[in-house]
Design a protein around this ligand. Structure first.
Ligand code: ADP
Ligand code: MG
Length: 700
């Protein structure tokens, strides 16, 4: 089929360009090129006079004569300066790369069309690496009212695969096409939702015939993209509900009941009770449970996890609890160990730093069934860990733990264990529906009683004395404090210097001679040292912990009431919220102090403002997604979406996402296995997409 042809066979491509297109833009076939959507459209009907040009953020074009050319510098510092003139003035174009090619192509006295973004240099306007084409060249083109701009990487540009070139390839692609591109959505859907056909949408996204058609094309393509994700997620869930036998936790037995009546240190909140009931119902249904438990920081998810684990044990199954960091795994191991001491079930801890001998003992204990609860880090799934009867898996604070990784857990068993994924709220609805769209959702929407909302204040670093005085007061009152330094990547030397300087500064201020013990915790520390430091803090023997974001998730030390975040402007909103969640866990009033320099970007100022005005995790998550905006690919990647969204955006297309989900749900409600003839096409496309689009390797 035409669209499946290899890209190197497209006129104008050839083997060298084909290699680049594949490496840099994942374009392997004609179809891939067709789905390489422009990131914006520009009006190229207008030509500027040179005198009119001012430096700006947008691309513009002008026609002119090449007046002079001069190559300067040598080897790596070469630059080519080209002066263009028209009857209104002259302007300089500057090139640093591909000079040989340009020198062979450009002729003094020739007429050219220049297209690019004007910038400013030494008070004058110039163009750096614009597109330049002979004005006389009769280009093969397809008429359109707006011209598509395609993103290209640095390497593509250096090899002259510019947006312009991609546009030309697109022309070539469409000119070679015979017949229409087949529709992928059912006819009824196209009608009821008034969608543009796939063929027309793909054409208009590249060659808009009008502004209205472009908009309809975008809507259709966005809808379709979101629709497939939702259909896939929901049919996955459907399949599991139908096909997957789950372990039937028939009873709530001695363990659970005894824990509830004799061991529980406090009354459960209503929300905790409700969630346990929901889980209880799932696990007793004979079907495999896949549930997402959302609860804001400090809402008491760990306890829910423990009680659910006890139900598994009552039914003679084993359970495991997986945490994202060793610190957190250790903490869970300690708290859970303490909470159920004397109850009966045995607990083991398995992390990256577990010794070989201990490891062996654990493996044996799991196989024989002597170990009932296994707590650990990724080591749990990465290693060859075998259970006797694994019935329940709890995954704590794992934003990135998507469908694929969960699937790997199931491989550990002939039967899939029940799975509970726990996370602090900041997952906006759109993201949750995309990453966890196949899960049922429970919410703990209530904090344990007596909690006071954390007071959040913004400080300028220059006023650190005030912060120190405040710390002194709090410590004098018996409280403890965290001081967090940003560490963008745990390998950056610079950042460690910040952390260590900070540590020194604090130690000079809060000296041992005055009876203070200050500890430092960061990700690169040996596990034993980290352990020791955490223990000192946990037991109240250290008053201040200087740390990186390793303490961001889950750490639970109720007596710590002050969180100072240094260079707070360098943190994202959800990270700030997570960090702040480390305090406010006891009955005392807690404080979060955000320290920044005077110089703040508008975005950073906005983030600080949101933090100082709300403690609502949901509101913060939504604001975060909006602030980061649709273009933030990193943001979505961090959230672990295994699909690349080509055109839809989770921050701006919420309505379309809801529509897509509703539509997919309706179809599956009427025809769960997609067996009806009118859904044949859907089923086939879905299966193709399953094979093609999800990049499993990226996430496992
Ligand atoms: P998170 O949901 O952030 O994981 P945790 O499970 O760490 O929260 O619980 C936060 C703190 O609240 C812990 O110290 C825990 O012992 C305490 N806690 C949990 N449930 C309750 C409750 N029902 N009443 C009082 N305190 C509770
Ligand atoms: Mg937790």
């Amino acid at each position: 089929m035409y669209l499946e042809k290899e890209i190197k066979f497209l006129p104008g491509v050839g083997p060298k360009r084909a290699e680049l297109l594949e490496k840099e833009a994942d374009i392997r076939t004609f179809g891939d090129l067709l789905y390489y959507f422009p990131y914006k459209h520009i009006d190229r009907t207008k030509f500027y006079a040179i005198r009119e040009i001012v430096h700006s953020d947008t691309n513009i074009q002008f026609r002119g004569r090449l007046a002079s050319m001069k190559k300067e510098g040598a080897y790596r510092n070469e630059r080519l300066s080209v002066w263009m003139t028209d009857h209104t003035g002259s302007v300089e174009l500057v090139f640093f790369k591909g000079l040989k090619y340009l020198l062979s192509k450009l002729k003094i006295g020739g007429d050219y069309v220049v297209f690019g973004k004007p910038s400013e240099f030494n008070g004058a306007v110039n163009f750096v690496h614009p597109d330049i084409e002979p004005a006389t060249r009769q280009e093969e083109t397809i008429a359109a009212v707006l011209q598509a701009s395609y993103s290209t990487t640095e390497r593509m540009k250096n090899n002259f695969i510019t947006s312009r070139v991609i546009a030309k390839l697109m022309v070539s692609l469409w000119q070679g096409m015979t017949g229409a591109i087949p529709e992928t959505l059912p006819e009824t859907l196209i009608h009821s939702l008034k969608l543009l056909s796939l063929h027309d949408s793909l054409f208009n996204i590249h060659f808009p015939q009008s502004a209205v058609l472009l908009q309809k094309a975008q809507q259709r393509l966005k809808f379709e993209e979101l629709f497939w994700i939702q259909l896939r997620m929901l049919s996955l869930r459907e399949e599991r509900h139908v096909a997957m036998q789950g372990f039937d936790f028939k009873q709530v037995g001695a363990c659970f009941n005894r824990f509830y009546s004799e061991f529980l240190p406090f009354e459960l909140t209503e929300a905790q009770k409700r969630v346990i009931r929901e889980i209880r119902k799932d696990t007793g249904s004979g079907k495999q449970m896949n549930r997402l438990l959302q609860g804001d920081v400090g809402s008491g998810k760990t306890l829910v996890a423990l009680m659910v684990i006890l139900i598994a044990i009552d039914n003679e199954y084993q359970a495991c609890l997986m945490a994202p960091t060793e610190i957190l795994a250790n903490q869970h191991y300690n708290t859970i160990g303490k909470m159920i001491k004397g109850l009966g079930p045995t607990v083991a801890l398995l992390t990256g730093s577990t010794r070989k001998k201990e490891r062996k003992r654990i493996h044996e204990g799991l196989m024989s069934g002597d170990i009932h609860i296994l707590i650990g880090t990724h080591a749990l799934i990465e290693e060859n860990v075998q259970f006797d009867r694994l019935g329940m898996v709890v995954i704590d604070e794992q934003h990135r733990f998507g469908v694929a990784q969960r699937a790997r857990l199931w491989e550990k068993n002939t039967h899939a264990p029940h799975v509970l994924v726990m996370t602090a709220t900041p997952i906006p609805r759109t993201l949750a529906m995309t990453v966890y769209g196949d899960l049922d959702v429970s919410k703990i929407d209530q904090l344990p009683p007596g909690r006071k909302p954390v007071k959040t204040l913004h400080f300028y670093e220059e006023r650190s004395n005030e912060i120190f005085r405040f710390l002194q007061q709090q410590i004098a009152a018996g409280r403890q404090a965290y001081i967090v330094y940003p560490l963008i990547s745990e390998s950056e030397k610079m950042d460690y210097k910040n952390l260590e300087d900070g540590f020194e500064q604090i130690r000079n201020r809060f000296t041992e001679a005055d009876g203070y013990t200050i500890i430092m915790v960061h990700g690169k520390m040996p596990a034993a040292e980290k352990d020791l430091a955490m223990r000192l803090f946990k037991e109240g023997k250290a008053q201040i912990m200087v740390a990186t974001t390793v303490i961001e998730v889950g750490v639970d030390i109720p007596n710590a009431t002050v969180m100072v975040i240094e260079s707070a402007d360098r943190f994202g909103l959800s990270q700030l919220h997570q960090l702040r969640g480390r305090v406010g866990r006891g009955a005392e009033q807690s404080f979060c102090l955000l320290a920044t320099s005077y110089k703040l970007s508008a975005d950073a100022r906005k983030r600080i403002e949101i933090m100082t005005t709300t403690t609502d995790g949901f509101a913060i998550a939504e604001a975060d997604l909006k602030l980061r905006g649709p273009g933030d690919i990193d943001g979505t990647q961090q959230s672990g979406i295994p699909f690349k969204l080509r055109i839809a955006s989770l921050s701006t297309d919420e309505q379309l996402l809801l529509l897509a989900r509703r539509t997919a749900a309706d179809i599956l409600a009427a025809d769960p296995a997609l067996t009806q003839p009118e859904h044949q096409q859907l089923k086939e496309t879905l299966q193709q997409q399953l094979h093609r689009e999800i990049n499993w390797s990226k996430i496992s």
